[in-house]
Design a protein around this ligand. Structure first.
Ligand code: NAD
Length: 361
């Protein structure tokens, strides 16, 4: 079957890592027609826009995209191209597997976790009131009047909306993902003891959805601070975690740290009928064009993409090749060497070449 897929190289190290991933995917023999579109600083130079409409149109049409990292400009009104894409396409589920690979330096072995983060609401909605502004002072007056509680007049305020709809939707997604991917247990992470009307709602929604999967998937609950402690001491006790947006962001980075960091952590942003696959790491601008950084996180994101388009054999082959090259430790980038100064480290392209050789073996 021929697949049409949007390719967004991104900026910074984006070109190098997406090119590496594209070559590796092609080596599996999967038939893909790529539609390449520009977003980020290169798009800004060429079209005057960071996120041209053509990018969103292409993803909407093709339903699947492989995306490189994109730099968020500092000091402009624009929050982030990455967040804008997720919001425009309602990619409500952020899925980040954290898996141990032999050959990657890390504190733990045999970790195989999946983090499912709600992507559409919570403190990331961008509804903020700046300290000292008239509308902020008015809001403070209203809250004090309605709740009989005091708020300092020099406060800034960020709103945290959490809805029953989005909570049920993400938890249902997590259960369905668990069933499809042979996961046994879901832990719902929250702070419902303190935020009763937001995290409490998320937890209630999770309990409700969990009833429909009773007997198929084990359901557990954990308070987020305790979860952080449990993860750094006994990560192997967990399987799949489902969390609201902010905790999901923090805990997924913690889990990336458990398995050896950004170089090997892939991700996916998934909506009802559209999905964008990208590494967890950013555009690392200081390494741009140096053929230096690790392409594995991007290639492992491509593995997730291949599974999503039901090319399971190709996904298996590609993941196995990445695993073997990392375990062998010969044709790997500086960050995967015991000493990052090790002169035998290879470049982005050469690590991809080794993975391609392995696929063809
Ligand atoms: P970053 O992930 O780009 O880089 C942090 C450090 O991690 C790098 O300096 C490098 O040492 C290391 N690193 C990252 N990727 C690596 C790789 N593939 N191989 C080896 N080492 C790697 O994070 P940052 O510096 O905080 O962000 C840079 C820019 O990227 C910012 O503008 C940020 O907003 C953006 N960003 C984009 C995305 C995305 O596109 N989804 C995600 C995160 C950050």
């Amino acid at each position: 079957m021929r697949h049409k897929i949007t390719l967004i190289p991104g900026d910074g190290i984006g070109y190098e890592v997406t090119l590496a991933a594209k070559r590796c995917i092609e080596a599996t023999g999967v038939n893909i027609e790529w539609e390449e579109v520009l977003a980020g600083s290169d798009a800004l130079d060429k079209t005057g826009e960071l996120l041209p409409q053509a990018v969103l149109d292409s993803i909407k049409k093709n339903k699947v995209a492989l995306k490189g990292p994109i730099t968020t400009p500092i000091g402009t009104g624009f929050r982030s191209v990455n967040v804008a894409i997720r919001q425009a396409l309602d990619l409500y589920a952020c899925v980040r597997p954290a898996k141990s690979y032999i050959g990657v330096k890390s504190r733990f072995k045999d970790i195989d976790l999946v983090i499912v983060r709600e992507n559409s609401e919570d403190l990331y909605c961008g509804i903020e009131f700046k300290e000292g502004e008239p509308e902020t002072l008015e809001l403070i007056r209203r809250i004090e009047k309605d709740t009989k509680r005091k708020i300092r007049q020099d406060s800034g305020i960020t709103i945290k909306p959490i809805s029953k709809f989005a909570s049920q939707r993400i938890v249902r997604f997590a259960f369905e993902y668990a069933l499809k991917n042979n996961r046994k247990k879901i832990t719902c992470v929250h702070k419902a003891n303190i935020m009763k009307f937001t995290d409490g709602l998320f937890l209630e929604a999770a309990r409700e959805v969990a009833k429909g999967f009773a007997g198929k998937i084990i359901f557990e609950e954990a308070i987020v601070d305790n979860m952080a402690m449990q993860l750094v001491s006994k990560p192997n006790n967990y399987d799949l975690l489902v969390l609201p947006n902010l905790y999901g962001d923090i805990i997924s980075d913690l889990c990336a740290g458990l398995v050896g960091g950004l170089g090997v952590t892939p991700g996916a942003n998934i909506g009802n009928d559209t999905a964008v696959f990208e590494a967890v790491h950013g555009s690392a601008p200081k390494y741009k064009g140096q053929n230096k950084v690790n392409p594995a996180a991007m290639i492992l994101s491509a593995v997730l993409m291949l599974r999503h388009i039901k090319e399971d054999n190709a996904a298996l082959k590609l993941e196995q090749a990445v695993k073997e090259i990392i375990a062998e430790g010969k044709f790997v980038t500086y960050d995967l060497k015991a000493d990052p100064q090790d002169q035998s480290a290879v470049g982005t392209k050469e690590m991809a070449d080794a993975i391609i050789e392995n696929i063809k073996r």
